[in-house]
Design a binder for this molecule. Structure first.
Ligand code: FAD
Length: 424
């Protein structure tokens, strides 16, 4: 069996950044496995701009952003296999994969980095009544059809869900000559970035109906109309509020689900809130030597944060493969639990080892509702140690707090760090 020190599953922005960082830190033996026919992941179909403002201080398109990393992978001569589907990862890090040239094969790895990204929540999981006519697409599929394959999914469009992909596709379909009649959102707030609501809906006069859902789809062969209705606090449609839109297309943008079938089969512990692995300060999962980053870990809003997180995962994977991380683990060290409460939904990581922690640790989280003029507070045990005012906190935007190792070390008996959203 061939052996690599680091095997990276997925060649999207996370996989690319993890590989580049490990190579730049001196790791020679790295392999990226990607099921698609090219590197770059979901960015290849995101031809709009808005990528890389943090990383490169430039507004790039998705393919341009990906190209910056793909170029480095090639320059640094990092090995990768395309059209290669990873089928299984064992707890002792044997990766089973398949492609046309080699058939089914296995690779032993010193460390594995999970970078499989996420997929869209399908219609079946949404319980929309009606027939199953043509003309219903997930927004990401429609994006691929328009941007990569040159097909127009339809002319008169209703969109359900106001996540970023739905918002971006409202603009894209409009620019391609379609009429987007409405974007309906079940929740009382949008799941997308504020800038996308302004630039993709407001700028084109596309109405966003919050607290609305689809209650009927008409058409047997092809969608001919969609009815939406307002929902109450219990998220059930309110009788008498129905509005019917004639249309030939319904796009669904109702959330992303991290692709964790492989992680589960490797025995990795999952976080029910993020649907991604539970990780520690080194982005290591509950299975030693298996690391996770990017959208497979938790759904990110900006790719810049994916790259930054993935770089850390790549470095830690390298250290594990060299026996440096496990060495520290064996020496023990204080384990501290990270908790999200009172409006904060989760934290990544969800626990940390003080001894292994770097000088600074960025803890990322999302809130569960919109909060105006509130505070992001951090508690060490029961004592409040950070209290930062935020004009607005919204579920569509990822938030962060920064922890300093010296502060943690200086706090006697620290067992628990809690992130809360407070009114004052
Ligand atoms: C429509 C849309 C618009 C966006 N707009 C913006 C924006 O304007 N600005 C911004 O900063 N960010 C944006 N993002 C977010 C950004 O694209 C993501 O954060 C980023 O792509 C996540 O990177 P990733 O590597 O984790 O996942 P992905 O890009 O999804 O890559 C995962 C890779 O893993 C591969 N893979 C999965 N399973 C396997 C397997 N079993 N074997 C082999 N390979 C596998 C996949 O083929 C894929 O290439 C947008 C995302 C979408 C979907």
């Amino acid at each position: 069996m061939k052996k690599y020190n680091i095997v990276i599953i997925g060649g999207g922005p996370a996989g690319l950044a993890a590989a580049v960082a490990a190579r730049k830190a001196g790791e020679e033996s790295i392999l990226i496995l990607e099921r698609d026919h090219e590197l770059g992941g979901i960015l290849n179909q995101c031809i709009h701009n808005g990528f890389g403002l943090h990383t490169f201080k430039e507004e790039l398109t998705g393919p341009e952003y990906a190209a910056r990393f793909i170029d480095q992978v090639k320059e640094l001569k990092i090995e990768y296999k395309l059209n290669t589907m990873v089928m299984d990862i064992s707890a002792d890090r044997v990766v089973t994969a398949m492609n046309r040239e080699e058939g089914l094969f296995q690779i032993a790895s010193g460390a594995v980095v999970l970078c499989m990204g996420c997929r869209e929540r399908p219609r079946g999981a949404l319980n929309i009544p009606g027939y199953r006519p043509a003309g219903i697409f997930s927004a990401g599929t429609a994006q691929r059809l328009v941007n990569m394959e040159g097909y127009m999914p339809g002319r008169e469009v209703v969109i359900l869900g106001s996540g970023d992909i739905g918002l971006i596709m409202a603009r894209r379909m409009t620019l391609e000559g379609a009429k987007v009649k409405v974007v309906a959102e079940l929740l009382p707030y949008s799941g997308g970035l504020k800038r996308n609501i302004v630039q993709c809906l407001d700028d084109y006069g596309i109405p966003l109906k919050l607290s609305h859902t689809v209650v009927n789809i008409e058409g047997k062969e092809r969608v001919s109309a969609v009815t939406i209705a307002e929902v109450g606090a219990d998220r059930r449609p309110i009788a008498g509020t129905e509005e019917r839109y004639t249309c030939d297309t319904l796009l669904l943008s109702c959330g992303l689900i991290p692709e964790n079938e492989l992680s589960r089969s490797a025995g990795v512990e999952m976080n029910p809130v993020t649907s991604g692995p539970v990780v520690n300060e080194s982005l290591e999962t509950s299975v030693p030597g298996i690391f996770a980053c990017g959208n497979v870990l938790h759904v990110h809003d900006l790719v810049d944060y994916v790259s930054e997180e993935a770089e850390r995962a790549g470095i830690h994977a390298m250290r594990f493969a060299r026996g440096e991380l496990s060495g520290e683990r064996e020496t023990g060290g204080q384990e501290i639990l990270l908790k999200a409460e009172q409006g904060a939904r989760y934290t990544v990581p969800s626990h940390l080892n003080l001894q292994r922690m770097e000088e600074k640790l960025v803890v990322r989280f999302r809130v569960g509702a919109v909060f105006m003029n509130s505070f992001v507070s951090v508690y060490f045990n029961d004592e409040r140690v950070q209290h930062r005012k935020k004009q607005i906190l919204a579920p569509g935007e990822m938030e962060q707090v920064v922890l300093k190792k010296s502060d943690l070390e200086a706090f006697p008996g620290l067992q628990r760090i809690t992130v809360r959203i407070e009114a004052e």
